[in-house]
Design a protein around this ligand. Structure first.
Ligand code: Q5B
Length: 264
């Protein structure tokens, strides 16, 4: 019989060999002629399934709400400086993307991991926060440079309202909110931030949509899919900042001496 030559690559998410490419079995025609959006494309290529409309709309909301947060945040600042150094668009984009991490935009996966472990174990918010403090670990998804108890993050409010209206359950969100109530007693800026809110709500989606088994949910949280939402979203804003600088023909950026404390 025929002997199959071993392949060097295994791919399970798409196929470009037929008449038309497919994303996890869905043809381009279906995508365009059917009721599909960017949230569905993300669901097909990342999660290998079509999610209910409320879930793909939630993914799109995350992308829309995280696309930009002004020129002063780490990512935009880097993209702006790189653009003003005369670099190409891709360099500007990646210099911004490389700032995404545990303190800035890349706290979603860790927030999901922490909230899941604590909520599943029935840990009280106080034990959860104080336990991490003893280990010298910050609560991922909590805290913001400019947002606070009296200056709430509209993005977080919009996501929470949407989920409470359309998600079958918001158990993990309510847990994250109870953690926020505890941390706000310590400092007014220790709010549930956009990373933490997305992390908690994705746990709710994984647990209550009926589309994922518990083992799949655990694997998704373990591998860490969710920071990718911020990466995809913020790429839109970073490109905007890079192009803005070029359009404005801004000169090379040099940080002012007056803003540096020289101690040598
Ligand atoms: N403390 C975000 O801190 C920030 C604590 C905490 C326990 C915490 C901080 C933090 C966890 C990571 C996280 C996502 C660095 C943020 C985002 C996207 C963005 C960004 C934008 C956008 C802010 C002062 C005191 C210290 C700390 C304690 C602070 N956070 N304790 N758990 N989580 N959060 N990141 O204001 O006793 O004085 O030593 O790391 O979730 O990135 O818009 O800017 O869309 O672009 O710089 O929204 O919260 O304060 O670091 O000086 O800390 O509070 O231990 O205590 P700050 P620090 P002490 S959303």
């Amino acid at each position: 019989g025929k002997v199959r030559v071993p392949t060097h690559i295994v791919s399970t998410i798409c196929d470009d060999r037929g008449d038309e490419p497919t994303y996890y079995g869905v043809t381009m025609s279906e995508l365009i002629e059917g009721d599909y959006g960017v949230g569905d494309v993300i669901s097909l290529l990342w999660f290998k399934r079509k999610l209910p409309k409320y879930a793909s709309k939630f993914i799109e909301m995350c992308v829309m709400l995280c696309a930009d947060h002004g020129p002063c945040v780490s990512g935009a600042h880097n993209a702006i400086v790189t653009s003003r150094a005369g670099k190409d668009l891709v360099s500007c984009l990646v210099s911004g993307l490389l700032t995404i991490g545990p303190r800035f935009g890349g706290a979603i996966d860790d927030a999901a991991r922490l909230f899941k472990a604590a909520c599943d174990a029935g840990q009280s918010p106080q034990d959860f926060v104080e336990g991490l403090k003893k280990k010298g670990i910050r609560v991922s998804g909590i805290g913001h440079r400019i947002k606070s108890k009296d200056n709430r993050d509209k993005r977080v409010e919009l996501l929470q309202n949407y989920a409470r209206k359309f998600f079958p359950s918001t158990r993990y969100l309510e847990y994250a909110v109870s953690v926020e109530s505890y941390t706000l007693q310590k400092a007014p800026n220790l709010v549930l931030n956009v990373d933490g809110c997305i992390g908690a709500l994705f746990l709710d989606l994984l647990a209550s949509s009926g589309c994922f088994t518990e083992a799949e949910a655990v694997q998704i949280v373990e591998i860490g899919y969710l920071n990718a939402l911020f990466v995809v979203a913020r790429s839109i804003g970073l490109v905007g900042h890079a192009l803005d600088q070029k359009r404005l023909q801004q000169p090379l950026y040099r940080h002012p001496w007056e803003d540096v404390l020289y101690t040598s």
